[in-house]
Design a protein around this ligand. Structure first.
Ligand code: ZN
Ligand code: ZN
Length: 403
């Protein structure tokens, strides 16, 4: 008797910026056969880029004949990850619309005991012995996350929504038999309302301290509240990224590490340090979705030593942040990682992809039509054949960024 293997396809879509051009952001679609349920291909969507990416996502799903998404993962509250999901839910997921979403993982939107901004700011005139340097600052699109959570609730239903963390990983239901999912980060979920409150309160506090306002810390409850907020924003929204490893299983249920993927969201050094110190081995993966669009704070040597990826996929595009970072490119190449970007950043000076001599060796540049390739970066795999089929014969960057 021959049992069917598992076909897995991982597509990194080319996301759009606010104007519809190729921009930064993540949007990843994973489709696979689940051996316990042959009725249809299963589908996971990780993030949705900026809002204009919703259309790109819908047309990709149409092309794959996918009308049911088994799991939507919103890694963290930033616009370039969740605004597209928000637009996708608004435009395509509804009882009258063709797309169904069965389960949702995303940042926790709120908690009843969250500190409110006004509560916090009301205390400010009485605070003085907190050092500014203890506080870090965030300004994140938590409102979008609240809206996304609410619209998902209408269609997915709260009983099928979770905010995964390493701490709470055992309470997550196992959704699939054809693949294994290991939750690696964040350590714990910080409700976004708290992130927002703490961020706003901290900014206000800093302003007060800088303006030499007379602030006096007398209230123990107040001090606790500030320290709690300071602790919670110690990790920025990026470090709250849901990070997980996906490993396909063969027909007998055995794991196939040679086709594992580590989806790192926008995890930064603090999140990586926690994950590495906890269990280096749990990070090992053949394919790494390079964290935070290839930023210098998203990848450092220890990350690559722990993950040991063969392939690095960078979700990038035109952006003013200078991403991907030239140092990260070099580091990946030093470690022998094959690199592919979803989009190119012509504005970048360190990685000058726009120059003709680099275009020639860029797999994302159509040399005949002289334009950027907008098809997704696709990895396909069949657990029976143990074969990986790549979407293009020269998929990886052939430029030498060492020189
Ligand atoms: Zn982010
Ligand atoms: Zn991002």
């Amino acid at each position: 008797m021959t049992e069917a293997g598992v076909r897995v396809k991982v597509a990194f879509l080319v996301t759009r910026d606010g104007k519809g051009g190729i921009g930064i952001g993540d949007c990843i679609v994973i489709t696979f056969d689940d051996k316990d349920d042959a009725s249809r291909r299963k589908c996971i969507v990780i993030d949705g880029g900026y809002s204009k990416t919703a259309k790109v996502l819908k047309s990709y799903l149409d092309g794959e004949n996918i009308t049911t998404i088994d799991l939507v993962v919103a890694t963290h509250v930033d616009d370039d990850h969740i605004n597209g999901l928000k637009a996708f839910f608004a435009d395509y997921v509804d009882e009258n619309e063709p797309i169904k979403v069965l389960n949702y993982w995303g940042p926790e939107p709120k908690r009843p005991d969250a500190i409110t901004i006004s509560e916090f700011i009301a205390f400010l005139p009485d605070v003085n012995d907190l050092e500014v340097k203890e506080l870090s600052f965030i300004s994140q699109s938590v409102d979008s996350n609240e809206e996304l959570w609410e619209s998902a609730k209408k269609t997915v239903g709260e009983a099928h929504m979770w905010h995964p963390s390493f701490e709470g990983r055992d309470s997550l239901p196992t959704l699939f038999s054809g693949i294994k999912i290991d939750i690696l980060g964040p350590d714990k979920q910080v409700p976004s309302l708290e992130l927002k409150s703490a961020g706003a309160a901290t900014r206000a506090l800093e302003k007060a301290l800088l303006s030499d306002a007379q602030i006096d810390l007398r209230d123990a409850g107040l001090k606790n509240m500030i320290l709690k907020a300071a602790n919670e924003i110690d990790r920025t929204a990026n470090n709250q990224s849901i990070v997980f490893r996906l490993t396909p299983r063969d027909a007998a249920g055995g794991e196939i590490p040679s086709f594992s993927f580590l989806f790192a969201g926008d995890a930064e050094v603090e999140s990586w340090t926690t994950m590495i110190e906890r269990d280096k081995g749990s990070l090992k993966a053949e394919h790494l979705k390079v964290s935070h669009h290839g930023s210098a704070t998203g990848t450092h040597e220890e990350v690559l030593t722990a993950v040991k990826p063969q392939y690095g996929i960078i979700c990038a595009g035109e952006n003013k942040h200078g991403l991907p970072d030239g140092g990260v490119f070099k580091l990946l190449q030093e470690k022998g990682v094959k690199i592919i970007c979803t989009g190119r950043n012509p504005k970048e000076k360190i990685i000058p992809c726009a120059k003709p001599k680099y275009q020639a060796k860029c797999p994302r540049w159509d040399k005949v039509k002289c334009r950027e390739i907008k098809d997704p970066v696709v990895f396909e795999f069949d657990t029976d054949l143990l074969l990986a089929a790549l979407s293009s014969p020269q998929l990886f960057c052939e430029n030498d960024w060492q020189s």
